[in-house]
Design a protein around this ligand. Structure first.
Ligand SMILES: [Zn+2]
Ligand SMILES: [Zn+2]
Length: 331
C-alpha cells in the first residue's frame, strides 16, 4: 500500500498465474466512506491482500461505498463478484463495458466453429488451430456477472472527498475502457490504456468494435491534450511523462504498421503469413511467431488483424478474398 496524495492510496492485488503479477487499484477517501478504482482478480489470495491493505489504511470492505471499474477484464472486474458479499458499494462502469458483460453472459460469443472459421479464413493451417484452453463456452466463467448499478458515457465528474474525477472514455483495449482525470492534482488514473512499459493487447474480436486499434489511437490523442503530472496505471509502476509515453506508443504502432507493410512488398498475404514474418514482443528482445505458445499465436494473429483493419480504414492496405481466404496488399 502506498499513499500517493492525501487520501489517495494504491493497493496491489495479485493476479493468479500472470507475469504482470498484480493489478494496481486505487482507493480514495470520500466524505462518508471510500471509492475504489478497479477491484482485481477474483481469488481468495486477492481478497486477503485487499483486506490486509485496507486494514493498513485503517478501514475495511464495509466502508467502500462506490467501485468504478476501468473495464471488465478479469484482473479488474473479477473481484467485484466477491466484494459484493462484503459491501453494498455502488458498481459503476461504462455503458459499453456493461454491454460486453451482458453479451458474454447471454451469448456464446465465440464458438469453436467461429474460431475454426476465422482461423481458416486468415490462412492459418488446421494443425495449428488453438484448441486447448480456447475462450469458448467450456472455459467461460459460469458464474452470473455482477450487474453494474450505474453506467457512464464519459464526461461525467465524480466528486470524491476533496477530489473531482472526470471520466474519460478511452476505447481500444476494451470498448468501454475509461480513464479518470483529476484536474487540480494533474493526476490520471490510466487503467490498462497507458501503461509505462508494455502496450495493452488490442485484438479484433466480435465484441471489441470494428476498428479497436483506430479507436485506441484516437483515445491516446484524447489524453494527449490533458495537463498531467502523474499517471497511476493499473499495472507496472507510477510514472510522470504521459506525453512522452503517448509518443512512444504511437511510434510503436506506427513501426508495427511499417513492418506489416514491408511483408506485403512482394505481394498479397494472409494475416497468418504476416504474423509468421513479423517479430513479437519486441519490448523483451523479440520472439518469432513459431516460438509463441499456441494461445499466444492466436492473439498474435488477432493483433495483426487489428492493425490490418486500422490500415484498411486509413486506406493504406486493401483486401480481397480467394477461395474463402482473406488476403491483404498495399493499396
Ligand atoms: Zn485489460
Ligand atoms: Zn489489466
Amino acid at each position: 500500500m502506498i499513499e500517493i496524495r492525501p487520501d489517495i492510496y494504491q493497493l496491489q492485488i495479485p493476479i493468479y498465474n500472470n507475469p504482470l503479477g498484480h493489478t494496481n487499484i486505487y482507493l480514495i477517501r470520500d466524505n462518508d466512506g471510500y471509492l475504489l478504482i478497479d477491484a482485481g482478480w477474483d481469488s481468495e489470495e486477492a481478497l486477503k491482500a485487499m483486506q490486509e491493505q485496507l486494514a493498513e489504511i485503517g478501514t475495511d470492505l464495509d466502508h467502500i461505498t462506490r467501485i468504478i471499474v476501468t473495464h471488465v477484464h478479469g484482473d479488474h472486474y473479477g473481484l467485484v463478484h466477491t466484494l459484493k458479499n462484503y459491501t453494498d458499494a455502488e458498481i459503476i462502469i461504462h455503458r459499453r463495458e456493461k454491454e460486453v458483460l451482458m453479451y458474454r453472459y447471454t451469448t456464446v460469443y465465440e464458438t469453436l466453429s467461429d474460431i475454426e472459421e476465422s482461423w481458416t479464413r486468415n490462412g492459418a493451417p488446421q494443425n495449428e488451430l488453438p484448441v486447448p484452453g480456447l475462450p469458448a463456452r467450456d472455459t467461460r466463467r459460469l458464474q452470473t456477472p455482477v450487474i453494474p448499478d450505474r453506467t457512464v458515457e464519459g464526461g461525467e465528474i465524480l466528486s470524491v472527498g476533496n477530489y473531482n474525477l472526470q471520466i474519460i472514455w478511452t476505447p481500444g483495449h476494451a470498448p468501454g475502457h475509461i480513464c479518470l482525470y483529476e484536474k487540480t492534482g494533474k493526476m490520471l488514473f490510466g487503467g490498462d490504456h497507458v501503461l509505462p512499459v508494455i502496450t495493452p493487447n488490442i485484438s479484433l474480436l466480435p465484441y471489441n468494435g470494428d476498428n479497436p486499434l483506430g479507436e485506441f489511437m484516437d483515445s491516446l490523442r484524447t489524453l494527449d491534450i490533458l495537463d498531467v503530472e502523474i499517471v497511476l496505471p493499473a499495472h507496472e509502476n507510477i510514472y510522470n511523462d504521459l506525453h512522452k509515453r503517448i509518443e512512444e506508443i504511437t511510434h510503436h504502432h506506427h513501426q508495427r504498421n511499417l513492418e506489416i507493410k514491408a511483408t506485403l512488398e512482394e505481394g498479397p498475404k494472409t494475416a497468418y503469413q504476416i504474423s509468421s514474418i513479423i517479430t513479437w514482443i519486441p519490448e523483451s528482445g523479440g520472439i518469432r511467431y513459431k516460438d509463441l505458445p499456441p494461445m499466444h499465436k492466436r492473439m498474435a494473429v488477432l493483433e495483426t488483424l487489428a492493425h490490418l483493419k486500422a490500415m484498411l480504414v486509413d486506406g493504406e492496405v486493401k483486401n480481397s478474398t480467394e477461395d474463402g481466404i482473406d488476403y491483404y496488399e498495399i493499396s
